[in-house]
Design a protein around this ligand. Structure first.
Ligand code: DGL
Length: 272
């Protein structure tokens, strides 16, 4: 089991930002990544659909012999993590709680902002997670649905993005928050613009915290791989024209080993 890979899934390739952080903390671990690019975005869809997609993604990874599952997608984590935790045998972790714990460590005035997709914000998952660890924080959520397509388009420094970000973030600014959680895979790529608007407050990108928690949990469960080579295999349910360029931007490294995956038949086709 120790030599088995870690399975990571996301609605698309944005979750490679999480893989990037896992690699920094666990450079020897092999990773199988599944990005459900054919059905992206998840953040604008219904809870029922995302639970179903998350089950299919989990099955795909378990069929490939992973020892641990990481849900890199905030939308999936919001609605499906607790359900999957009850349904599967292997350990599974999501991106919400690690970020919540970090935000509680950082806040002084106990006013915390959360930005995410419409599904994440409306699910109430962040409020529930905060309540689990603290009873006296004010959580102010804000859905920023246009951020995902802007990042996918490469508009991370664009003035159109700044204009839209102002529209979304100015109400949060007035709420006097001292900590902002980036509750979506794509938002760390917009950090420069977000900081320009929100100023010198604390920013939490949960992928760093998740990677540390994952390393701790692997060690506790005796699941660390001492002889791994840090291989990353990427499966995507759709290979769009520019997916490789976008994936490399998220991963911060060249993408070498990728395949098209079909979830219905659970078989991959083609590949490089
Ligand atoms: N991965 C999604 C998330 O973190 C963003 C993209 C989508 O809406 O599918 O919520």
């Amino acid at each position: 089991m120790n030599n088995s890979p870690i399975g990571v899934f996301d609605s698309g390739i944005g979750g490679l930002t999480v893989v990037k952080e896992i690699r920094k903390v666990l450079p020897g671990e092999d990773i199988i990544y599944l990005g459900d690019t054919a059905r992206l975005p998840y953040g604008t869809k219904s809870t029922e659909s995302i639970i179903q997609f998350s089950r299919e993604n989990t099955k795909f990874l378990i069929d490939r012999g992973v020892k641990y599952i990481v849900i890199a997608c905030y939308s999936s984590t919001s609605v499906a993590l607790e359900i999957l935790q009850k349904e599967i045998e292997i350990p599974i972790i999501g991106v919400i709680k690690p970020g919540v714990k970090k935000a509680l460590e950082l806040t002084r005035n106990k006013r915390i902002g959360v930005i995410g997709t419409t599904l994440t914000i409306h699910s109430g998952a962040y409020e529930r997670a905060f309540q689990e660890f603290s009873s006296d924080v004010e959580v102010i959520g804000r859905a920023c649905p246009l951020f995902v397509p802007l990042v996918e388009e490469g508009f991370t420094q664009h003035r159109a993005t700044e204009l839209i970000a102002r529209e979304y973030l100015e109400p949060l600014q007035k709420d006097n928050i001292d900590t902002l959680l980036l509750g979506c895979t794509h938002y760390p790529l917009l950090l420069k613009i977000i900081k320009k608007i929100m100023g010198p407050i604390n920013y939490v990108d949960a992928s760093k915290e998740l990677s540390k928690e994952l390393a701790k949990s692997l060690a506790e469960k005796n699941l660390l791989n001492p002889s791994g080579k840090g291989n990353i295999t990427v499966y995507l349910t759709d290979l769009s024209i520019n997916f490789k360029e976008i994936a490399e931007r998220f991963l911060g490294a060249p993408l070498k080993n990728y395949f098209r995956a079909s979830l219905s038949s659970n078989k991959e086709k083609g590949g490089v």
